[in-house]
Structure formats: C-alpha cells, structure tokens
Design a protein around this ligand. Sequence first.
Ligand SMILES: Cc1cc2nc3c(=O)[nH]c(=O)nc-3n(C[C@H](O)[C@H](O)[C@H](O)COP(=O)(O)O)c2cc1C
Length: 240
Amino acid sequence: MKITVINGTEKHGVTYRLKEIFLERFRDDADITEYYLPKDCPGFCSGCTNCFRNSQDLCKDAEYVRKIERSLLEADLLVFTSPAYVYHATGAMKAMLDHFGYRWMPHRPAKEMFGKRAVIITQCLGGGGKSTAKDIKDSLSWWGISCIRIVSFRLMSEIDWNKIGDKRKEEFKKKLNSVAEKISAVDFAKPAHTGIVVKAKFYAVRMLQKQLGKQDPEYTDFKYWNANGWLGRVRPWKEN
Ligand SMILES: Cc1cc2nc3c(=O)[nH]c(=O)nc-3n(C[C@H](O)[C@H](O)[C@H](O)COP(=O)(O)O)c2cc1C
C-alpha cells in the first residue's frame, strides 16, 4: 500500500505529532512518501494560466508540481495536514493547491483520482480547524475524490506539544488510532465508491465541455475530455 502525505507546515509541532500518531498504524506495511510545504513546492502560482490554456508542463514550478502529482496519482491513500492559520489552511498548502487548479473538474481531472481515499488532519487553538479542512477538501472533491475523512482537533489551551497534558494527548491518540484502524481495514484493491456530489460535478462539466467544444474544437480542456471518452460513454470511475 502506498501513502502520500502533504504536510502543510515544515514545523515539527502539534500538526506533525498528530500526523505521526496517525501514520503509526501503517509504518510497518505501507510505502510512505512525505512532502513538506513550502520546501517541496516553494513557488506561488503567478497566474500565467499556461496550465489551463496550454499545458501544465509550461508552469515555472512544473518540476515541483510534477513530482508531487506523480506521488499523489500513485498513492492508495492521500493524507493532508494543516494547522489553522487565521481560520484557513496554511499559505504554503494553499500555494500548493493553486498549482493543481488545472486538475479541477472544469479543466483536466486525473481519472486516477476518482477511486482514491483521503484523510485530512487539521488542528487549531480554538477555532478554524473545520474551515481549514474545508479549504483542502474543496480541492480534493473537485479533483474527483469522494472518500474524504476529516479529523480535526481543538487544542483549547496550549499550542506547544510539550506542554499539552497527557490526558489530552490520549484523546488525540484515541481518535487518530480509531480512524487509522478503520482505514487499514479497507480493501485498497477496490477503488472507493464515487459519490453523488462528485458525479454531479462531472455531469455538469460534461455538458459545459460539449458546448465549449462546439465553439472551439481546439480548446485544451475539451480535447482532453474528448480524448478520455468522457463526452461519450466512458466514465472516470468504476461502478462497484
Ligand atoms: C499565523 C498563525 C495563525 C493562526 N491562526 C489560528 C486561528 O485562526 N485559529 C486558531 O484556533 N488557532 C490559530 N493558530 C494556532 C494554530 O492553528 C496551531 O494550533 C498552532 O500553530 C500549533 O500548531 P503547530 O505546532 O503544528 O504549528 C494560528 C497560528 C499561527 C502561527
């Protein structure tokens, strides 16, 4: 089993410890690849729109994006982590997700994403953990992933891991171990079910692509949808 982890911070703080607890269950059997942001994707999207209009290979940050994308596509389980920074995912996480705008459903989603499973781990001091998870979930859902689990914590009094009490740490462990246990029981040979929300997005965009193709048969996204057979009978998910 392959796991790809995208860490929204390089700091070995609370977010890091929570992710480590979650991964404990998988350490012996899984092949785990981790990325730390911003180190592993340091550039901001400059808004050149080359990825949308022409090719993702023309992005100034293509070297970083390509590497992360290959890991995401190869993995059975995707793990994203972020502390809440002013109620949202870290700027580093947002900057990385911006580079995958071209993989959103209205553009060129990767068919490999449709059967994947993902876990989002967030934490905050008092508020914003849920909206932080939503920032990440929005992208994953628009990439075509239906099976997304969110594990979010509120620290409440202390943000320094060494000062957080043992009782509180036990609560974190219990919750993370329970999610890890459920995920490890999944049969990863079978793709995750594609739900109604993702299918609705797909069919709405399918209509749009048909119209766009009539206006301009050379339109990059239309050609991609057409080449995949999605404007005909082919679907990016497997019925199970
Ligand atoms: C710039 C910044 C903004 C933050 N914004 C929030 C916030 O909006 N809500 C909140 O509850 N905690 C906030 N925090 C606390 C973090 O969510 C987190 O609990 C803390 O940074 C410890 O996590 P870490 O050790 O993984 O960095 C913020 C921290 C930083 C550094």
